[in-house]
Every structure is written in structure tokens, then in C-alpha cells.
Design a protein around this ligand. Structure first.
Ligand code: KG4
Ligand code: ZN
Length: 332
């Protein structure tokens, strides 16, 4: 039923995976660059691109070796072709082109967002189209209606910061380190979410979009005022962010006729309070709630390989050309 080698290098994770048509992740390796970026408090594109170029090829060799396979055993090579930090995307895409050419395999260029959008189907064979997907990571904050492979409709996006970015900036303001989301969640658990009155941008708005810049600025002002404990600021921030997410998702669900499930993906889906609030919202709408395991929520190559499997199975599949350009911006 097909075996695809997937490659992901669009941000700060260098990853390779082998996935087959029976939803088996035969092998996967991920090299995180957290340590390289930590001193700067965020991802530095130039450092990321260099790290990908050093690590990717041996990582692919190791992934194939883990599975006891060679390049000739795969049916296609799939790689993220955008959107993302362009240097890293180019490393992954050029590598995939070279492997595809050398082994005479089809190349499949995957939109990173499509990888996230289809990843819940890798984890849950019962998940059927259409579904509503909340994609919340450090770089993306969108609500998508997923009608089928290659059939995505973006219903909402952020007009400023992504949700994970707001968590990361809050962590930076509070001096909690990088990456910030898990640290904010940890200290928020010990704080009082009702202590501060923080803004909830676009709450109740007729527009479908997200906004977190005003919330982040309010966190900065609250911190500078020096009267609140960091745990109370973190808890109040997290609650305000969740209120926004639930309000915006609720609004999108009202417009999403016939969806079979509410699905969340992306790094912020790891947050237990976010998950719990979304689960309650799904129940309120009489929908199943699907959240892939954390390893499939954060950036990984299994989701890219799986998107390749899904594309390969489409009637009339055509491989992508070897002169395909990497795209820093690529809306679904
Ligand atoms: O999907 P991901 O690994 O990479 C991107 O494509 O951005 O997401 C990383 C983002 C970061 O902003 C990180 O702070 C956030 O997800 N994150 C969390 C949690 N774990 C990761 N945010 C809130 N709570 C968490 N537990
Ligand atoms: Zn991502």
C-alpha cells in the first residue's frame, strides 16, 4: 500500500520518517535544535538552515538504517516545500529532489500546513472528512475546514501573533526560557487565573480571525507594574488566550455544516487546559474531539510522509517536477 520517506525542515526540527499506507510509522528520527536557539530566546533562521544542512542527510540514512531499508525500497520521497524559514525548507526540498532523482522515485512536495491538517488521520483511522481543524503552533494560528486531501478552506487566521508565539513571548517577559509554552503552562497551574483582568482581543467579533498582540502587550504592562506574581500573570494570560480560542472556534463551528469532528493540531495542542476547553466545546456541539498524540502535533516528518501517502493514493496522482521552487509563504 505504499511506503513514503518524509522530510521536514521548515523550522527548527530536522526530521525524517518512513510511513506506510497502513498508517505504520516504520521509523522516524527528529533532531531538535532547541539548544542552538536557546541563547537567542527564539529560532534564528541562519542557524536553523546551517543545522539542517549538517544534520539532514545523516538523519535520513539513520532512519532508513533503523528500518533495515534502502532508498530503493520506498515508493516516493515527500518533503516540506513551504511555508517556513526558507533556508531550511530549501535544504529539505533539495535533498528530497536529489534522492528522488538518484533512486528514480516520484517527488511529492508537501505544504507543511497540509501535513498538520492530515496528521490526525494518521493517528486515528476512524477520522473522516470533513472536519474542522484548529491549527495552533509557534508559526501558525488557523482554523481550517478539511473536506478531503487537497481540499482545505481557511476559515480564520491570526491578524498578528500566532498562539504559540503569544505563549513564547509571555514566557520571555516572565523570564521562563525557551521554548516557552510548556513553562507557561507549568507555572500557570500554580497561579490564580482570575487575578488580572487581561484583554481578550476579538472576543465576540463577527469577524472570524484571531489576535493576540494586545494580550501580549497587556502581559508586558502587568509584568512591568511589578505587583503581580509571575504565576498569576501566566495563569491569567493562559485563561485569556483559551477564552479567545474557544470563542473563535465556537464561531467557526457555527459556520461549519456537516463536520464530523473537531480536531486540534500544532504544538499548543500539547497544553492540557487548551485541550480540555476544546473537548468541552466539541461536546457542547455534539462532536467527537480528536487530538493526535503530542509527537504528531509538534513538527515532525511522519505527518509529511503521511500527506505523501494520501497524495499518492489520489486518482490521477502526478509527481512534482524537480525544478519546483521552495515557498516561504504558501497558504493552503
Ligand atoms: O508545532 P510546533 O512544534 O512548531 C511550530 O510549527 O511552531 O509548535 C511549537 C509551539 C511553541 O510556540 C511552543 O511554545 C508551543 O507550541 N507549545 C505550547 C506547549 N507546548 C508547546 N504552548 C502552550 N502549552 C504547551 N504545553
Ligand atoms: Zn508546524
Amino acid at each position: 500500500m505504499g511506503l513514503v520517506l518524509g522530510i521536514e525542515s521548515s523550522c527548527d526540527e530536522t526530521a525524517a520518517a518512513l510511513v506506510d499506507g497502513d498508517r505504520r510509522i516504520i521509523a522516524q528520527r527528529i533532531a531538535s535544535q532547541d539548544d542552538a536557539h536557546r541563547p537567542y530566546g527564539g529560532v534564528v533562521p541562519e542557524i536553523a538552515a546551517r543545522a539542517h544542512s549538517e544534520r539532514l542527510t545523516p538523519l535520513i540514512a539513520a532512519t532508513l538504517a533503523d528500518a533495515g531499508l534502502a532508498l530503493r525500497d520506498v515508493d516516493a520521497v515527500a518533503a516540506t516545500a513551504g511555508p517556513g524559514l526558507i533556508g531550511g525548507v530549501m535544504v529539505g526540498l533539495v535533498t528530497a529532489k536529489a534522492l528522488a532523482m538518484a533512486a528514480d522515485k516520484p517527488l511529492i512536495a508537501i505544504n507543511h500546513l497540509e501535513g498538520h491538517a492530515l496528521s490526525p488521520r494518521l493517528a486515528d483511522p476512524t477520522l473522516r472528512f470533513p472536519y474542522l481543524l484548529l491549527l495552533v503552533s509557534g508559526g501558525h494560528c488557523q482554523i481550517l475546514r478539511v473536506d478531503g486531501v487537497g481540499r482545505y478552506r481557511r476559515l480564520a487566521t491570526t491578524i498578528d501573533d500566532a498562539l504559540g508565539e503569544a505563549f513564547d513571548k509571555t514566557a520571555k517577559i516572565l523570564g521562563l526560557g525557551f521554548p516557552g509554552g510548556p513553562a507557561v503552562e507549568r507555572i500557570a497551574a500554580t497561579g490564580d487565573a482570575a487575578k488580572l483582568k487581561l484583554p481578550r482581543p476579538l472576543l465576540g467579533s463577527a469577524e472570524p480571525h484571531f489576535s493576540f498582540a494586545g494580550l501580549k502587550s497587556a502581559v508586558l504592562r502587568a509584568h512591568d507594574a511589578n505587583i503581580h506574581a509571575p504565576a498569576d500573570i501566566a495563569a491569567s494570560f493562559q485563561q485569556a488566550a483559551i477564552d479567545c480560542v474557544i470563542d473563535r472556534t465556537h464561531r467557526a463551528l457555527a459556520d461549519a455544516d456537516g463536520v464530523m469532528a473537531l480536531v486540534v493540531a500544532g504544538g499548543v495542542a500539547a497544553n492540557r487546559s487548551v485541550r480540555a476547553a476544546l473537548e468541552a466545546l466539541a461536546a457542547q456541539h455534539g462532536l467527537p474531539f480528536v487530538a493526535p498524540p503530542l509527537a504528531l502535533c509538534t513538527d515532525n516528518a511522519a505527518m509529511i510522509a503521511w500527506a505523501g501517502i494520501e497524495r499518492l493514493a489520489l486518482p490521477g496522482f502526478v509527481p512534482d517536477p524537480l525544478d519546483l521552487a521552495a515557498r516561504p509563504r504558501w497558504p493552503l
